[in-house]
Design a protein around this ligand. Structure first.
Ligand code: NAG
Ligand code: NAG
Ligand code: NAG
Ligand code: NAG
Ligand code: NAG
Ligand code: NAG
Ligand code: NAG
Ligand code: NAG
Ligand code: NAG
Ligand code: NAG
Ligand code: NAG
Ligand code: NAG
Length: 693
């Protein structure tokens, strides 16, 4: 028997157990179907079960208000960030919740439960019989036909009516979690399909959705370095400084190293950094200057082999160093190299393992029916892979590092590819770190309103890289749509222009300097509604510059199961191709075209919002430097300030971000979904932030 209707099932359970569920109890969770037939129900479970009761956390709804309260420039609490302990305390389940659940367990003779460190759940061991009496259910073994793995689960379970509001969910329960393909492979003890060291050495990222590289033969560093007359063809540090009026730095607070995230085997090397410093740093950065390495779960941040170095890592460092030096930079290289080579890394990018490493409470944090990392999506540690020196055989790092005040991340995927619960749980964590004064700055994406199609990026969600049955619906990026991070789109100078001309939204059609279409990523979420801080800007945009495309209006429901946003259903038969109810991306922009770098011993020009994010992040880092020197707090979550004072940015009003067979959106006066509010004006930003408490 694989499936019976819920009603019939309840009757059957009652019949088989011979004990009706008492009227004091209610069904807490029920699984309606076994799905694709992957799982096969076997005999009754036996033995001892590791039980966990996820407790309802308080104040989650008010978390947003708390963040706005200390991020809004008009708030008396501006800048009064919380400590990590204050965050745990504010969101832990109430004493009433802990009391009610403990009392219920005690009534069943369960007294020796453990309350987790983040206060989110109670854990205890129970025999199957004990658990079945507690939950008025029956546990069976379920076998995963793909791996042979077996796990206990039930079809539904009950809790007392008065306890229900205090329980998020209970495991083992109705969930059937497929082990990741990694574990499946390990389970089969097979070494097939696993990378060798040679694969690692020769690995070249085939599809950087946030970075596109090409060498421009005609250009030489000598032509690019001396003066500002060639900023239209090569963006050097001097060009960036001139565009945004950034004076050389001279402060370096001991606790203000700038954070930069790397994955996908992106390693820096000293030789390339030295070539870059020697040729391009208009301020004097000495040879052998290099970042600190925070190595998360087996990450490797640097290499001494030129050919192994990664252009993304070098680009990030080479745009940021000239802005922040003499301040230091900290590279976060996340996940062991085998996972970094994992094709499915494009779905995860290691953000959850990064967040675990900087906030231990996230490792076991429960929200939207998920606790901890998602099996099958996130890497699991220890990595039991037999290949030496590639796998990280320690346990998952939880709270092993302090976050930097500003974290710059030039990686990401698409909102439509990740389960809703997974995204929202992760987004809450950006909120919690925002409460602690940390700024997360993300690149908004390089494929305009869509995503690269299968021929460019094998992991993209459809043949065209766009959504819906016709492949014409715009495809917003992830995790960018989370309202608690700051997204940076890309701008450029067109030939003949100088740093004194206004920039345009970056767009390079394929076949020019770069192999693929590159356009500033932007659009509207299908998962998150428009946040308050953005409402006026978006209302003005739709009123004054309504895009000519048909649209739909809706937000996908909160899901407590691992389903991905069904954008086609949301659009229905409206014919709409973008959403007018979603959070808009990006928030701001910075140059991301013809960026001069050294990589693999050679001078190169690169393009991508990959450059824009670390430029903007480095500027925030500079403002933190000045605020810290004046005994003020860090800038933390900056969006409420940016949207309240858009005049601290240079509005970009020219350009488009093509994708999905359209010319995309247009840059217009005010906020727009390709350049946000505009590019930085450092003196104005600094003056504003120094005037805030
Ligand atoms: C500036 O660079 C251009 C080449 O990009 C060159 O033609 C010009 O002579 C340079 N000017 C100065 C003053 O060095
Ligand atoms: C430090 O840099 C600022 C500009 O950011 C400048 O005004 C100041 O004079 C510099 N101080 C020193 C000691 O160089
Ligand atoms: C830097 O951080 C450490 C650890 O949080 C703290 O003890 C120290 O006082 C900080 N230093 C400054 C100059 O703020
Ligand atoms: C710095 O490194 C570059 C490249 O390795 C080299 O050409 C240059 O001579 C070095 N400069 C100094 C001052 O050592
Ligand atoms: C500048 O780069 C060239 C290679 O393009 C290299 O030969 C030279 O040493 C570099 N200059 C400095 C001062 O590092
Ligand atoms: C990484 O960088 C550090 C600091 O420069 C250096 O000591 C170490 O040898 C480098 N590792 C590799 C593999 O190049
Ligand atoms: C990646 O995930 C997809 C979809 O879940 C799966 O079909 C594929 O086998 C996975 N690939 C690897 C290499 O794990
Ligand atoms: C973990 O890896 C280290 C270093 O490669 C090795 O010395 C150790 O034996 C490994 N431990 C296990 C349990 O495999
Ligand atoms: C993918 O995009 C490229 C570049 O825009 C285009 O040349 C190619 O035809 C597209 N392939 C598919 C399958 O749509
Ligand atoms: C989704 O969750 C949020 C936060 O818990 C809640 O405020 C909202 O009402 C929920 N929306 C729906 C459609 O259930
Ligand atoms: C505006 O953008 C277009 C490309 O969309 C470009 O050709 C043109 O030169 C830009 N105009 C200005 C004034 O920057
Ligand atoms: C108290 C407790 O069970 N903590 C868990 C938190 O998550 C980590 C990583 O998944 C586990 O190893 C711990 O056991």
């Amino acid at each position: 028997m694989h499936f019976v209707s819920s009603v019939a099932l309840s009757a059957l359970v009652a019949l088989v157990s011979g004990a009706a569920v008492p009227p004091t109890h209610v069904v807490h969770e029920r699984r309606d179907a076994l799905g694709d037939g992957r799982w096969v129900k076997r005999e009754r479970a036996t033995g001892v079960l590791p039980m966990r009761v996820g407790l309802t956390q308080q104040n989650l709804d008010s978390a947003h208000e708390h963040l706005m309260d200390l991020s809004h420039p008009a708030s008396p609490n501006y800048g009064k960030h919380w400590t990590a302990d204050q965050v745990v305390d504010a969101f832990k389940p109430s004493d009433e919740t802990v009391g009610a659940v403990s009392k219920w367990l005690a009534e069943h003779g369960i007294n020796d439960h453990v309350h987790s460190e983040n206060k989110g759940w109670l854990a205890f061991h129970a025999t199957v019989e004990q658990a079945e009496r507690l939950l008025h259910t029956k546990y069976f073994e379920y076998e995963d036909s793909q791996t042979g793995g077996v796990m206990p689960a039930c079809e539904e379970y009950h809790v007392p009516r008065h306890v229900q509001e205090h329980v998020d969910y209970i495991t083992p329960g109705i969930k059937l979690l497929a082990p990741s393909n990694e574990e499946s492979q390990a389970a089969r003890s097979s070494k097939r399909n696993l990378p060798s060291m040679d694969d690692v050495r020769q690995h070249r990222p085939y599809s950087h959705r946030r970075l596109q590289l090409n060498q421009l033969g005609a250009m030489s560093p000598e032509n690019a370095m001396g003066n500002l007359s060639s900023c239209d063809t090569a963006t050097t540090p001097a060009c960036i400084a001139a565009l945004y009026n950034i004076p050389p730095a001279n402060l370096s607070h001991p606790n203000n190293s700038m954070g930069i995230f790397e994955a996908e085997l992106q390693m820096w090397d000293q030789a390339d950094l030295n070539l870059f410093f020697g040729n391009f740093s208009h301020t004097t950065i000495p040879n052998n200057t290099h970042p600190n390495n925070n190595l998360v779960d087996g990450g490797v941040a640097n290499t001494s082999y030129l050919f192994q170095a990664g252009a993304e890592a070098l680009l990030d460092l080479e745009v940021a160093y000239p802005i922040v030096y003499p301040q230091e930079i900290t590279i976060w290289n996340v996940d062991d190299r085998r996972y970094q080579l994992w094709a499915n890394n494009t779905y995860t990018w290691g953000f959850n393992t990064l967040l675990d490493a900087i906030d231990g409470s996230y490792c076991n944090y429960t929200a939207y029916g998920e606790t901890g990392n998602a099996e099958g999506i996130d890497p699991t540690y220890p990595d039991l892979n037999p290949i030496e020196s590639l796998g990280y055989n320690g346990t998952l790092m939880c709270g092993s590092f302090k976050p930097n005040n500003v974290m710059s991340i030039s990686y990401g995927g698409q909102e439509a590819d990740l389960p809703i619960a997974y995204q929202k749980r992760q987004c809450n964590e950006f909120l919690k770190l925002g409460l602690q004064g940390v700024s997360f700055v993300y690149a908004s994406g390089d494929a305009g309103v869509g995503n690269y199609n299968d021929s460019i990026s094998p992991s993209s969600s459809s043949k065209t890289g766009c959504l819906g049955p016709k492949g014409d619906i715009f495809n917003p990026t992830w995790p960018n749509t989370c309202p608690y991070i700051t997204n940076v789109g890309a701008t450029k100078l067109y030939p003949g222009q100088t740093v004194n001309d206004p920039e345009s939204a970056a767009y390079d059609p394929a076949g020019g300097n770069y192999p693929h279409d590159f356009a500033s990523g932007g659009g509207f979420s299908n998962v998150y509604p428009i946040p308050d801080y953005q409402k006026t800007a978006l209302a003005r945009y739709f009123a004054n510059h309504p895009p000519s495309y048909p649209y739909y209006s809706g937000i996908v429901d909160n899901a407590t199961n691992p389903t991905k946003p069904d954008v086609a259903a949301l659009a229905g038969n409206s014919g709409g191709i973008y959403n007018r109810m979603g959070r808009g991306v990006p928030d701001v922009a910075a140059n991301g075209d013809n960026i001069a770098i050294y990589a693999n011993g050679a001078f190169e020009l690169t393009a991508g919002t990959s450059a824009s994010a670390p430029i903007f992040a480095a500027i925030l880092n500079r403002i933190n430097e000045e605020r810290l020197a004046a005994n003020k707090s860090t800038v933390g979550f900056v969006n409420p300030v940016l949207y309240t004072f858009p005049a601290i940015l240079n509005d970009i009003t020219n350009g488009t971000n093509p994708g999905c067979g359209t010319k995309g959106f247009e840059a217009v006066e005010g906020w727009d979904p390709l350049t946000g509010l505009g590019t930085p004006n450092y003196p104005k930003m600094l003056a504003l932030w120094m005037g805030l408490p």
